[in-house]
Design a binder for this molecule. Structure first.
Ligand code: SF4
Ligand code: SF4
Length: 390
């Protein structure tokens, strides 16, 4: 998080050679961090713990389109030609499955045991849209509630994991086919909420610090002042990236448009294709729904309460008063898309979408919320709703 006394550091830039990546990992580990970085798992970019720079995905670029993801060879010298994979830092701050508490009987008393303490995490290669998503979840989980909004109860694990975490962001110079961070201004360059931000050039990185912690880190690395040509190249690459977003979402007046489109026929059209598979919610870096499950170990008698990710696409999640309140796929998709782009503003005073494109790439039938929004805009409610049954 940026602090007032970090402003001087934020105006400074450095050049870090590519080979310094190994030292960056080592320094972070020496400082007690578990280092998380993009790696390749099952032919997909996944954020996983690394102990050395050679474990970080390198020389790879991704092809992403609705319902399609492929990794292919890229420039072997570059670390970050690929963009985001299906998972995000969310998995580490808000784990997919997490023990909350266990209870057992010892002698004549109950013994309770809480869940694990969060590790001290340092992320390398977090994208600007992911930093934006983290800041949205800071609101959701009560670390940084918006004034006048309705945050969920503060989540102790999340807040502690976030307070400890160090973010080394990487600006995007090659947006993916499903990316539209430019539409939300959440990329391709990170603007806030990071410790270090790196823009990769051939042979090294232009680095800026967003916090004193980040400045301290870079001062311990073999960094030098960047040349005017390197700074100019950084600006050029980011400008080119801005102009080459895979997709675009028109955000002006989008909330009002969707507020007025509850009965739009686009929801029926989506319902014919959507499988209610939950993929879009599982990969979204801001989705935060969860459920709890209690299990009983018959051998030891220990009872454990576990929190797991849930999805607004399941019948169980919306089960209330004896039935699911959103039983049709039409209602489920509408709830999800309107929450992301519309009602999230009412709840958290921000969009619930950062334009990462994951829900588009990982939808097995290629449903694309930018396309569905454009269809509504092209056929706005007054015309669209005539003759549509409620
Ligand atoms: S709604 Fe889709 S594009 Fe937006 S943040 Fe979630 S996964 Fe990314
Ligand atoms: S929109 Fe796509 S990813 Fe989401 S539930 Fe429907 S089929 Fe699955």
């Amino acid at each position: 998080m940026q602090t007032p006394d970090s402003r001087d550091a934020a105006t400074r830039k450095w050049h870090l050679p590519t080979e310094a990546m190994d030292e960056l990992v080592r320094l972070l580990r020496d400082d007690g961090y578990t280092v998380i970085a993009p790696t390749v798992v099952d032919d997909v970019i996944m954020l996983r713990p690394v102990t050395a720079a050679q474990q970080i995905a390198r020389g790879l670029r991704d092809q992403q389109e609705p319902g399609r993801y492929r990794l292919e060879k890229g420039d072997p010298d570059l670390y970050f030609e690929h963009v985001v994979g299906p998972d995000s830092p969310k998995r580490y701050f808000f784990p997919p499955e997490q023990k909350l508490v266990s209870l057992r009987i010892e002698g004549d008393r109950f013994v309770t045991e809480g869940g694990p303490a969060p590790p001290k995490l340092a992320f390398i290669g977090v994208r600007p849209c992911e930093v934006a998503a983290i800041r949205i979840q800071d609101r959701v989980f009560g670390l940084d509630p918006a004034p006048g909004s309705f945050p969920c109860e503060a989540d102790a694990y999340y807040c502690e994991a976030r307070r400890q975490a160090l973010l080394v962001a990487v600006n995007c110079t090659r947006p993916g086919g499903a990316c539209f961070c430019g539409s939300w201004d959440t990329g391709p360059a990170v603007s806030d909420g990071y410790d270090l931000a790196m823009t990769e050039l051939k042979g090294g990185f232009v680095v800026s610090a967003g916090s004193d912690r980040g400045a301290d880190l870079v001062e311990r690395l073999p960094a030098r002042a960047p040349s005017p040509a390197e700074l100019e190249l950084e600006t050029l690459k980011l400008n080119v990236a801005r102009e080459h977003m895979g997709r675009h979402l028109e955000t002006d007046g989008l909330k009002e448009l969707l507020d007025a489109s509850v009965d739009h026929p686009v929801w029926d059209d989506v319902a014919d294709r959507c499988l209610a598979c939950t993929n879009c919610t599982m990969v979204c870096p801001t989705c935060f729904c969860s459920t709890v499950s209690d299990s009983n170990d018959l051998a030891t008698g220990e009872v454990t309460r576990t929190r797991m990710w849930e999805s607004c696409f399941t019948d169980e999640f919306s089960y209330a008063g004896g039935e699911s309140v959103r039983s049709s796929i039409r209602a489920k998709y509408r709830q999800w898309m309107r929450h992301k782009l519309d009602t999230w503003w009412d709840q958290f005073d921000t969009s619930g979408c950062v334009g990462c494109g994951r829900c588009i790439t990982w939808c097995p039938v290629g449903i694309d919320l930018t396309e569905e929004s454009a269809k509504i805009r092209a056929n706005p409610p007054a015309a669209a709703e005539s003759g549509v049954a409620r």
